[in-house]
Design a protein. Structure first.
Length: 354
């Protein structure tokens, strides 16, 4: 399977490593910076890959089977659409788009072309998260009462100043859409996907150099009656603290935490003893060396299988859209100071630009 990546910046290493570990042939590397291309080419020994500074030229001359779009958030939608038009399957970094209209166009085009579209919300593949999902599906929780998602991270002024698109409504969104969307996705996935109502509150308290929020809080009412609580911030001093997911049910309580929901801290169910709890926690906890975790390799394996078998990937375009919709609902609720009913249709980050 021929693979190419558009965007050779900070996250490209994880994507290239995952592609290579899954037996893909890296046929092309694309970035507007030749230095960035050279760095990853040398690091991964990709002497056979063709270098491009224009992704459209790459698609015209050397269209691969699978393309990953790993550029700034504001470019995800158009680049994905162009890749799909060229007949390529696509993995797109989160968020998949900055508007629901663009997300819908991406999903529709992938379906029309019979191509696979995957959104890189790789924390779904964490061992702890996968084990929690199995417990949800097999009914171990009984009735799920409520869940919470917490992202307590740190981003300084230099981070936002490192790229002009960061922290803008036109090309990024705020901490909820950039840093916190992984854990927001997990909360929605675990509690039933279908959301009835959202009440949100956002603010910019510590980053006057950006347009968007650096902290956001929300309450979520799911259609099945469960409740959710979201807390996301990049104002934690002096460094990242945790990204955590809690679920509380009739017969079970779990907590997955660590810097990126990578550790199973609490695992308590009515039908198990202390020894089983300790065993599951040990089996499903991972020590990670960055907030990106180890989810990329299994995400790529899942996408490869989806392409080969024709089934949908675990994190398909619809999953990416649901995470985007929930964040945009929080923004809308905060801006208009009212509860927001879902589903939403025609809304994007530009609606919040003053």
């Amino acid at each position: 399977m021929d693979f190419a990546i558009i965007g050779c910046g900070r996250i490209a290493d994880n994507h290239l490593d995952a592609a290579l570990q899954n037996g893909m042939r890296v046929s092309a590397l694309c970035d507007i910076s030749r230095d960035s291309i050279a760095r990853v080419s040398e690091k991964f020994g990709l002497s056979g890959a063709v270098h491009y500074t224009d992704y459209r030229q790459m698609l015209a001359e050397n269209p691969p089977d699978l393309v990953t779009v790993a550029t700034g958030s504001g470019m995800h939608a158009q680049m994905t659409l162009d890749c799909l038009e060229a007949g390529c399957h696509v993995i797109v970094e989160k968020p998949m788009a900055l508007s629901l209209a663009d997300a819908d166009r991406m999903i529709a085009l992938a379906e029309k072309k019979h191509l696979q579209l995957c959104v890189c919300q790789q924390n779904r593949f964490n061992k702890a998260v996968q084990r929690i999902r199995r417990a949800v599906e097999d009914g171990s929780f009984g009735r799920l009462y409520h869940g919470t998602a917490h992202v307590r991270w740190h981003r300084d002024t230099a981070y936002y100043d490192s790229a002009a698109w960061r922290g803008t409504w036109e090309a990024d969104g705020g901490c909820l859409l950039n840093q916190c969307i992984h854990t927001i996705d997990l909360l929605r996935w675990m509690l039933g996907d279908e959301v009835d109502e959202v009440v949100g509150l956002t603010a910019n308290l510590a980053h006057p150099n950006i347009e968007t929020e650096d902290v956001g809080l929300a309450m979520v009412r799911f259609r099945n009656g469960a409740l959710g609580l979201i807390e996301g911030t990049v104002n934690v001093y002096p460094e990242n603290l945790e990204a955590a997911l809690y679920l509380f049910g009739e017969t079970g309580t779990v907590k997955a935490a660590g810097e990126a929901v990578n550790r199973l801290d609490i695992w308590r169910f009515a039908d198990q003893d202390d020894a089983e709890e300790k065993a599951v926690r040990a089996q499903c906890s991972e020590e990670i060396d960055s907030v990106y975790g180890f989810g990329h390799v299994p995400l790529y394996a899942d996408m490869k299988d989806a392409i080969e078998t024709g089934r949908a990937p675990l994190v398909d375009g619809h999953a990416g859209r649901r995470a985007l919709e929930l964040v945009l609902a929080i923004y809308l609720s905060s801006r208009e100071n009212r509860p927001v009913k879902l589903p939403l249709h025609d809304i994007g980050t530009l609606d919040f630009k003053k």
